[in-house]
Design a protein around this ligand. Structure first.
Ligand SMILES: Cc1cc2nc3c(=O)[nH]c(=O)nc-3n(C[C@H](O)[C@H](O)[C@H](O)COP(=O)(O)O)c2cc1C
Ligand code: SF4
Length: 444
């Protein structure tokens, strides 16, 4: 087995700023500050860095739009809310090395001339909060914080990580996505109209892993970054693997690593006698079936098979799993996490959940399958955020991939299989290679 390329997730925790500096930490920021913001932006663009928060959006495009904005007030937001089920990469990275994230944030703030930086995370992320707060103090004392950083702690809601909801929380409101035709990099935080002049305050929202890459790119150069991963998605990704595998955990691997390698080599494969049946990247993208295990893990390749890379968190189900139960619990999760501001989202999630539950309990038939799919497909009409599109990805794809399993439940229900819970990871005991899950909200 070739040693994986690793730079984001050191084997040993970096305990102090001195230890970070000893590994070359801070050199990227130093180098950036000697360059013009446009030169730094050029390097990140050349590196081809794509957002690690789920969509793979090119980081340099956001930064360019903000850097060219006529509005002088700009903000920088790091999304460390990490609420995607099956994902624990940002928190693991912050635990092992909070300094690289702060270095990346400072470089991004320099490029866009941000007035202030915010890091949004859940109040329950106590350990990560303490590590980051201490690192901010250390780096401030060492003169490495040029743009002030504030850590904002928010509620447990899945929606906290949705960028427009995160902006609301930073402004002291609830985690409910604001209505906006424009993304935050066009219309951002604390907007106002002064003397008839509208101030859009463009705001960069980037995932914690995205930003953790930036200092390394500046220090080692775009060509070094591009020497890892694929042309579509250069670099590495910090993957989470959980569910029916023998060694669940968090592993940094080059982009383009086959999904099979993540499962069999790093995840230790399924238990003896079991086979992979279905894989989900969080609750965001369509199901991946076992015939696609050789797909390279990058944004383009995953899209080609009709799935998605997501935030690199993979939930594995083996052949002992009832896929009707999976569809039911995933739909229920999205229904319960929907904030209800958009009728089609909340109603679609509710209807899909109820029809799928009928199938699980034994009173459902083909009409319920069709109704669940229809409700999921229609959920994202005119809605404020992407959450209902996740429902539309999950339910129809699962029904299409396992039609016989759904029909075998007609007027019979699920008698032979255990229920499943959506694997929202609350903590990771690295020494025991064990994730600790929360059960999230319960059905009202
Ligand atoms: C329901 C929902 C939850 C999300 N949760 C997170 C999250 O926990 N962390 C994150 O970085 N992005 C999350 N996102 C994506 C963000 O809205 C945003 O696209 C991302 O932070 C942008 O960063 P990037 O360009 O660096 O990937 C979520 C999106 C949705 C629709
Ligand atoms: S789409 Fe759903 S989750 Fe998003 S704002 Fe509307 S109701 Fe809330």
């Amino acid at each position: 087995m070739a040693a994986p390329t690793k730079f984001l997730l050191p084997d040993k925790t970096i305990e102090s700023l001195d230890a970070y500096v000893a590994t070359g930490g801070g050199e990227g920021l130093k180098k950036a500050l000697k360059m013009t913001p446009a030169e730094v932006l050029g390097e990140v663009k050349k590196a081809g860095l794509r957002g690690r928060g789920g969509a793979g959006f090119p980081t340099a495009i956001k930064w360019t739009t903000i850097a060219h904005s006529p509005c002088p007030t700009r903000y920088m937001v790091c999304n460390a809310a990490e609420g995607e089920p099956g994902t624990f990469k940002d928190r693991t990275m912050i635990r092992r090395n909070p300094y690289q994230l702060l270095e990346g944030i400072q470089i991004a703030a320099y490029v866009i001339s941000a007035r202030k930086c915010f890091i949004g995370m859940k109040t329950s992320f106590e350990r990560e909060y303490r590590r980051l707060a201490a690192a901010v103090e250390e780096m401030t004392a060492r003169g490495m914080i040029h743009t002030p950083v504030q850590i904002v702690r928010g509620p447990e809601d899945y929606l906290l990580g949705e960028e427009r909801a995160l902006l609301e929380v930073i402004e002291g409101k609830e985690a409910m996505p604001r209505e906006a035709d424009n993304p935050p990099y066009q219309i951002g935080l604390f907007t106002r109209t002064m003397y008839d002049v509208y101030e859009p305050n463009p705001t960069d929202v980037n995932n914690a892993e995205t930003l953790s890459n930036v200092g390394h790119i500046l220090r080692e150069g775009a060509d070094w970054f591009r020497s890892m991963g694929t042309a579509d998605t250069p670099g590495t990704m910090v993957f989470t693997i959980c569910g029916d595998v023998q060694t669940p955990g968090v592993y940094e691997l080059p982009m383009g690593t086959p999904l099979r390698e993540l499962i069999d080599l790093w995840g230790g494969g399924t238990r003896p006698g079991r086979k992979v049946k279905a894989i989900y990247s969080g609750v965001t993208n369509p199901v991946i079936t076992a015939d696609n295990l050789d797909t390279p893990l990058d944004f383009g390749s995953m899209r080609k098979i009709g799935a998605g890379l997501g935030s690199g968190g993979y939930i594995i189900y083996d052949d002992s799993t009832c896929m009707v139960r999976v569809a039911h619990r995933y739909a229920e999760f999205l229904y319960l996490e929907s904030c209800g501001q958009c009728t089609s989202c909340k109603d679609g999630g509710h209807a899909a959940t109820i029809h799928l539950r009928k199938l699980v309990e034994g009173s459902g038939n083909s009409v319920d399958v069709a109704a669940a799919v229809q409700a999921a497909v229609k959920a994202p009409s005119g809605t404020r955020c992407f959450l209902p599109s996740e429902l539309a990805n999950i339910v129809p794809s699962t029904v299409n991939a396992f039609p016989d399993e759904f029909s075998s439940h007609y007027n019979r229900g699920c008698r032979d299989h255990a229920d499943i819970t959506v694997p929202k990871i609350a903590d990771y005991d690295e020494s025991a290679r064990n994730f600790i899950y929360t059960h999230g909200r319960t059905t009202p």
